[in-house]
Design a protein around this ligand. Structure first.
Ligand code: F6R
Length: 608
């Protein structure tokens, strides 16, 4: 969840380390720090809070070294104080770390008994002392790292610089992503290619268990058994301009507005628009006719995308679907047989729990398919089949465009599997494809209604609690709407199936609690109207997200209506996601919250 970077250059590297960290801040922003080697000695600067605090500190107290490492932190062990900020140092080295060292307590006891003095509460500090201990026994930095790595349990990506070693940077990867970048007489290290995009587009991703020795002239890779290995050097497409906010105030706003384009691009990848059918850009890794069960696993917003897709797979492909959040699934030991398929959904492709589920499914002999946004990610590489979402880099911590692109890919998959199983007539398939083709235009229409959403956000910003309701495929969207609202505005919000209201949550309804109802004009619309009447009868304040026809038919005195374009209902969740996202966004803006970097969160959750 943290971001790490490293540079061996020919001039001072501090400014570029900060620039790279800026591009990794989406991974965590509790504290930041860098260390560089000056006159043979390691000097570091660290600061609590956002990267700008570190940048300000560096202006007052510059670092001039030509080799250095940097870190932006999402705290796991120890409070987000300056003292717990990375890099962590010993007398011989500095280290930055992303991940968790699970056996840090026992290592710390062992090293303390041997005279090492610990000054932070972090798990990372044991790595500094463990490698130092090996160096104290006479080993070179590279031999010391090689000896220390097998003793570490957990998931980690590490970057080291050493006292008196101006042409050396060592990196290691076990379960957390890490890339080496190539420059002209300089080398780079980063948690992802995006961090290194301003400096190079030539990258090698370390494999699990790998470690690497970087000098100005190149890099050597070693596997977990310390044998030298070759790793492919690839060109990335993570160009520098892609993380620009454009004309928008926040990345989240930009990403909401990009949706018609990126959803269109994603659909074009999976649809044969001229023949009105789905054309997958890969072979399905299974015989769809013989498929007995689908299992979908993901976390957070990606999980809600899977939950929406369950409705589609069951309806279009007539296949039973089991879905669970990855952190539960991985420890449930669910039986999976070879006639099933596991689909994992992940924007980053690095989420630790989702990755563990993918590996579990493979161990059980299942075929696996990953719906991912980062094609070079671990999940993308390990799944039997990768179904790419073409959302482009998503920087806002609250997921928006990745969600609607995930829905678009899953919709295409449901149609394709339905086709292969013979559960969709050609005519119905053609109708569904036409509906999908209309989706980007409808999203653009929904975005045009933003001024109305801004007015509703002013009302919502005064609420302490909010209830989100939906039926059918709008139920998972209600949960996603509630998640968006809580994560960026910090307003307590719950998403419920509208029909569940009377089984408990209706007790919460009073004149203070806004109830947002997502109500496309679909087969269960009348049932949703009954539920809204139950709320209205108890003095509840209803904010309706619906088209004009649906709003008129309901004949209820709504507090506000977020107007939607009229559409066929099958893929309404993709279009209705837009007002839910905009409501959360504008509420957070009215309340003056930090939209792109909400407290306690990080974009990529590479720890379990
Ligand atoms: C919420 C959000 C998270 C992620 C979740 C999974 O806005 O972004 O809930 O959806 O952490 O992340 P990925 O999709 O990268 O596996």
């Amino acid at each position: 969840m943290c971001g790490i970077v490293g540079i061996i250059g020919r001039e001072p590297v501090a400014a570029r380390l900060v620039e790279a960290l800026k591009r990794l801040e989406y991974r965590g922003y509790d504290s930041a720090g860098i260390a560089t080697l000056e006159g043979g000695h390691l000097e570091r600067r660290r600061a609590e809070g956002k990267l700008r605090n570190l940048a300000a500190r560096l202006e007052r107290e510059p670092l001039l070294g030509h080799v250095g490492i940097g870190h932006t932190r999402w705290a796991t062990h120890g409070k987000p104080t300056e003292n717990n900020a990375h890099p962590h140092s010993s007398v011989r080295l500095s280290v930055v770390h992303n991940g968790i060292i699970e056996n840090f307590r026992e290592l710390r006891e062992e090293l303390t008994a041997r005279g090492h003095v610990f000054v932070s509460e972090t798990d990372t500090e044991v790595v500094a002392h463990l490698v130092t201990d090996e160096m104290n026994a006479g080993k070179s930095p590279r031999d010391a790292v090689a000896a220390a790595l097998p003793r570490l349990r957990g998931a980690f990506a590490l970057g080291f610089v050493f006292e008196g070693e101006p042409d050396l940077l060592i990196a290691a990867r076990q379960g957390a992503p890490l890339a080496v970048g190539y420059g002209e007489g300089e080398m780079f290290l980063g948690s992802d290619a995006l961090a290194l995009a301003p400096f190079t587009d030539s990258i090698t991703y370390l494999e699990d268990g790998d470690w690497a020795v970087l000098t100005r002239d190149g890099v050597e890779f070693f596997d977990a058994l310390n044998a030298p290995v070759m790793r492919a050097r690839i060109r990335t497409q993570a160009s520098a301009f892609l993380i620009d906010k454009g004309n928008h105030r926040h990345f989240m706003a930009k990403e909401i507005h990009e949706q018609p384009e990126v959803v269109g691009r994603t659909l074009a990848h999976y649809l044969d628009m001229s023949n009105g059918c789905v054309r997958l850009p890969f072979e399905l890794p299974f015989d769809a006719a013989k498929l007995t069960r689908l299992t979908i696993v993901a976390c957070g917003t990606a999980y809600y995308a899977g939950l929406v897709a369950k409705y589609w797979f069951e309806r279009f492909a007539r296949i039973p679907v089991e879905i669970d959040v990855a952190s539960e699934f991985r420890y449930r030991e669910p039986p999976l047989d070879a006639s099933g398929l596991t689909i994992v959904v992940s924007q980053s492709g690095e989420t630790a729990d989702t990755l563990a589920c993918l590996r579990y499914a493979k161990e059980q002999g299942q075929k696996t398919l990953a719906v991912v946004n980062v094609p070079t990610s671990t999940i993308a590489r390990e799944a039997d089949t990768m179904a790419l979402t073409l959302a482009g880099p998503e920087i806002g911590v609250a997921s928006t465009k990745a969600f609607t692109c995930q829905l678009s890919v899953l919709a295409c998959l449901a149609i394709a599997i339905g086709h292969a199983r013979g559960t969709l007539s050609l005519e119905r398939e053609g109708e569904l494809v036409s509906q999908l083709i209309a989706v980007p235009g409808l999203m653009a229409e929904a975005i045009k209604r933003e001024p109305r959403i801004e007015q509703i956000a002013t009302v919502l910003s005064k609420a302490k609690d909010v209830l989100y309701l939906g039926r059918g495929a709008s139920f998972p969207l209600a949960m996603e709407g509630a998640l968006k609202l809580k994560e960026i505005s910090y307003i307590h919000a719950e998403g419920y199936a509208a029909g569940e209201l009377k089984h408990g949550p209706i007790a919460l309804i009073d004149e203070n609690m806004p109830v947002i109802v997502i109500a496309p004009h679909d087969a269960v619309y009348e049932k949703t109207v009954s539920n809204m009447q139950e709320v209205a009868a108890r003095g509840g304040r209803i904010i309706l997200i619906a088209d004009k026809r649906a709003a008129d038919e309901a004949a209820i005195d709504f507090e506000a209506i977020a107007p939607m374009p009229e559409m066929e209902p099958d893929f309404a969740p993709i279009v209705y996601a837009v007002p839910a996202q905009m409501l959360a966004y504008h509420t957070a803006v009215v309340m003056g919250k930090d939209v792109d970097q909400p407290r306690n969160l990080a974009k990529s959750v590479t720890v379990e």
